[in-house]
Design a protein around this ligand. Structure first.
Ligand code: IPE
Ligand code: IPE
Ligand code: MG
Length: 241
């Protein structure tokens, strides 16, 4: 059954709806973030088992700093404790963990745990798990442009070296293009998630809130992906369409 399915190489998930999940249950929004983090761990294993090679998740956007300090602080502590607590989980499952985003203004405490997990998992060749934390795609493009200008100024590259692949190699992480982007909770926007990488992705917007987006929901999403006809500017695969 699995063999017959086309498996996207790189999946992106905009994990939205944690707050609403909690509010609906009369809980604090932070309880939704905790439930979302628990769900992500299960989902990560399931997605790796399906044969996906790259998983990018949107954990915290540069814009999320606009939220109340208490919620931001809770999320930062959650990232810190989850990465620490799940250190063995990543090691045992040979998951290569990388982060995308700006380091400023993350605390030293959070940055140190991020660096530690990245360093310890860097040689794994199972799933690459890209956590977008303090991430915004528009600033990623700005930062990449500055980096490339510096290389040019230093005489390390010629103008003609700059092509789409070169830009990809110089984004926060050098990852292949996204094949499939899922945003939970029914919102129909990218909210500054991986614009360059998602230029030819397929999109799926289930109504389900992220803490409820379980393994079965992911399998449903895979079926949706399998019914898409990806043409990349070419012609229909199914000539009857
Ligand atoms: C997504 O859930 C998690 C983060 C943005 C950190 P939200 O917190 O945005 O949940 P809703 O959209 O308010 O329900
Ligand atoms: C996008 O969700 C960011 C993450 C899921 C981390 P938001 O809830 O912040 O996005 P908007 O505000 O609805 O666009
Ligand atoms: Mg939201």
């Amino acid at each position: 059954m699995n063999e017959e399915l086309k498996i996207p190489n790189h999946v992106g998930i905009i994990m939205d709806g944690n707050g609403r999940w909690a509010t609906k249950r009369g809980l604090m929004r932070t309880a939704g973030h905790k439930a979302g983090a628990d769900n992500l761990k299960k989902l990560c294993i399931h997605i790796a088992d399906k044969g996906v090679k790259y998983l990018s998740v949107f954990a915290f956007s540069t814009e999320n700093f606009k939220r109340e300090k208490a919620e931001v602080d809770f999320l930062m502590n959650l990232f810190f404790s989850v990465i620490n607590k799940e250190f063995d989980f990543f090691m045992d499952n040979k998951i290569r963990v990388v982060f995308s985003g700006r380091r400023e203004p993350l605390s030293d405490k959070v940055l140190k745990t991020m660096d530690k997990i990245m360093e310890n998992t860097k040689d794994f060749d199972g799933l690459t798990f890209n956590i977008c934390l303090n991430y915004g795609s528009v600033y990623e493009i700005v930062d990449t442009t500055k980096k490339i200008c510096e290389m040019y100024k230093a005489g390390e590259i010629e103008l003609d070296d700059i092509d789409p692949e070169f830009i990809q190699h110089n984004l926060y992480q050098d990852l292949p293009p996204l094949d499939f982007v899922i945003r939970t909770s029914g919102e129909l926007r990218l909210s500054n998630f991986m614009l360059y990488q998602a230029s030819y992705a397929e999109y799926y917007f289930p109504e389900v809130l992220f803490p409820d987006f379980n393994e079965d929901e992911f399998d449903k999403a895979l079926l949706v992906y399998n019914h898409r006809d990806r043409r990349f500017g070419g012609i229909h695969e199914n000539k009857n369409n």
